[in-house]
Each structure stands twice: as C-alpha cells, then as structure tokens.
Ligand binder design. Structure first.
Ligand code: HEM
Length: 224
C-alpha cells in the first residue's frame, strides 16, 4: 500500500472535521455545566484563542509533514484546518466582543486602539480574513495559482503577529512558558520553509548561472 494511502479513505475528512469540533463542544459543555472555572468568560476567550493558535500550527505543519514523511494525501486536510483556524479566531473575537465589551462597537474600537496586544491580534484577524475568503476551489481558479500563493504567503506574518499578541498579553504576568512553546513550534515550521526556499533558490541559480556546468561534464551529480 502506498505511503499515506489510508489518508485517502473517505472517512478521514469527516473524522478530522468532527475532531476539530470537539474542543468547541467541550467548551460549550463546560459553559453549560458551569465548569469553566471562577471566570468563565475569560476562560472561554482564552481557550478559543489557544485553539486558534493550535489550528494555525497544525495548518502550517501539513506541508512539511507531507514532504518530509511522503504523506501526499495530507494536503487534502490543509484547507479544512485553515478554515478551523479562522473559525476559532472569529469565535475568540466574538467572545471578547460579547463578554468583555458587551458588544459595544465604539468601546471595542477604542479598546483595540488603546491596547497594543489586542491591536496586534486584530491585525492577525484582518490578515486571516482574505485567506479564509479565498479558500474555495473556484476562487483559487479565478485568481490564478500565482496570485493565490502570493496572497497566502501572509500566513507567515499572521503567525508572527499571533505569537506577538500572545507574548504581549502574557508579558503583564511575566509568564512566557506557553508562549515559548508555540513560538518554538512556529519558528521550526517557518524556519523549515525559509531553509527550503533558500535551497531552491540556490539550486535555481546554479542551474541558470553562467558557470552552470554542462550535465555531460558533471556526470550524474547534478543539483536536485
Ligand atoms: C490570529 C488571531 C488571533 C490568535 C491566534 C489569538 C490567540 C490568542 C491567544 C493564544 C491568547 C492567550 C490565551 C491564553 O492565555 O491561554 C489570546 C488572548 C486574547 N486575545 Fe487573541 N488571538 C487572535 C486575535 C484576537 C483578536 C482579533 C482579538 C480581539 C479583537 C483578541 C483578543 C484577545 C484578548 C482580549 C485576549 C486576552 C483574554 C484575557 O486575558 O482574558 N485576539 N489570543
């Protein structure tokens, strides 16, 4: 059986979908049974933010996992995980707007401008929105692969902003342990892409450059 063939099973996508909803169901259950601790609103806002960040990490892990482990069918799950990232972030924003700000739009705008960590989170949300809106196949087709890929590169900036948002929020409490874990995970995922990009660029330059060796001279040891 080809590597990752199990991932092509028709049940995989629905299973991942249901699994992605479990944290939300757990939070709803906690809220309904009064089990979210002393400050349920804070716990809800924070947990939704945490899950937004976790789904962002999962989405960014798909391509390295696919290429390094040879699990090509993993690509089928990337869009769904990306959309769950957005869904959890939207719910995080809505929970904040509702429970912290009483849905007072003027107060929300004031708060976003006043508190830098919220401004940074909001910028990440604004950048995520076009990525979610352009995820459908027909939009990718209409945009063309190159423009779509260029737009979706902003996910790297979003990852940096999300970490900055988290770091800034925790700075007040001098509690960076969790932030460091997420920063390390995202650092590895983005660092791997940077390394791959630099390697591909180097290979392309060697193949193109005036000193590029003729394949007959270099025998079978050409750049791959
Ligand atoms: C990509 C976008 C975002 C991500 C990934 C994200 C993630 C997070 C994370 C991980 C936390 C810390 C949770 C914890 O302490 O365990 C947090 C806190 C928080 N975020 Fe976000 N966030 C995002 C966008 C936003 C937006 C758009 C807003 C509101 C405009 C916002 C408002 C807040 C607030 C108010 C807290 C602190 C909650 C509290 O102390 O009670 N975030 N966020």
């Amino acid at each position: 059986m080809a590597r990752g063939a199990l991932l092509l099973h028709p049940a995989v996508k629905p299973l991942v979908f249901v699994a992605s909803l479990l944290p939300l169901a757990w939070l709803f259950y906690g809220a309904a049974t009064n089990n979210l601790g002393a400050n349920p609103a804070e716990s809800l806002i924070r947990s939704l933010g945490d899950w937004g960040l976790r789904f962002l990490c999962l989405t960014l892990a798909i391509t390295p996992a696919r290429l390094l482990l040879g699990l090509t069918p993993l690509a089928r799950l990337r869009r769904m995980l990306g959309l769950f990232t957005y869904a959890y972030v939207v719910l995080h924003l809505l929970a904040y707007a509702w429970f912290d700000m009483g849905l007072d739009l003027a107060e929300i705008v004031k708060d976003i401008i006043k508190r830098p960590f919220i401004l940074v989170g909001f910028a990440a949300f604004l950048l995520l929105t076009p990525l979610a809106l352009t995820s459908a196949n027909r939009v990718v087709k209409a945009m063309g692969a190159k423009r779509w890929q260029a737009l979706h590169k902003s996910v790297y900036l979003i990852a940096v902003l999300a970490i900055l948002h988290f770091f800034w929020m925790r700075a007040g409490k001098n509690d960076f342990a969790e932030v460091a874990v997420y920063a390390a995970v995202l650092g590895v995922l983005l660092g791997w892409r940077l390394w791959r990009w630099a390697r591909q660029r180097g290979a392309a330059r060697v193949a193109r450059g005036p000193g590029a060796l003729d394949s007959r001279v270099r025998g079978n040891d050409g750049v791959r």
